[in-house]
Design a protein around this ligand. Sequence first.
Ligand code: AMP
Length: 223
Amino acid sequence: MRIILFGPPGSGKGTQGDLVERRYGFPKISTGDLLRRAVREKTPLGIKAEAMMNRGELVNDEIVEGLVREKIAAPDTRQGYLLDGFPRNLAQVQSLEDMDGRRPEVIIVIDVDERSLVERMQGRLTCRKCGAVYNLLLQKPRAEGRCDVCGGELYKRADDRPDVIRERLRVYQEETKKIRAHYQAKGVFYRVDGSGTVDEVFGRISGILDRELASGEANKAQR
Ligand code: AMP
């Protein structure tokens, strides 16, 4: 199954994407994670992207499309994949459809009100070594400042500052209105309430995926 997880920055897409990957086995392709890794490793692409990311602006379409194309072509995505943070505008929607003509079956938008988003992003910490994400409000690390998974140092993302957060939310609202309309018209669009605990939100998402998987199986059996 091809899934697009959608939602404003701070809505918990990354965390939910990891849980979906763990339960259903669809590899998560996160353009934000891929870009942050390129920045950490100081690759030519990372050096190009860093300033735009730190200002909360979108990185050039060609850069992210290249990253996604490479991942989608990998053999582990044959059964499907989950996109997190891509597509972010209509040009990227088009390029995804060119890359993978099979239409995505499920688009899930995680909706969270703006005040909670700002609070969450200000409390967010990321592991410098493995990229795991924590939240001082919802998902604290066991030891202060250290990653539960690998023991790496936790840091605050440069783009999780209040002024940049506001810019990222503005960019999200502006770009995604059109994307929502596009997928709503295709009839593959679901909205999920992103309030509550990580487990509560995952319960809502897995409810949708279980129903979709069951109906896919039923359709196959009828053929
Ligand atoms: P995220 O982790 O998804 O919030 O992404 C962090 C930053 O990476 C964004 O603010 C953008 O600068 C950049 N980025 C991530 N995904 C995309 C994309 N699909 N298109 C353009 N820029 C992106």
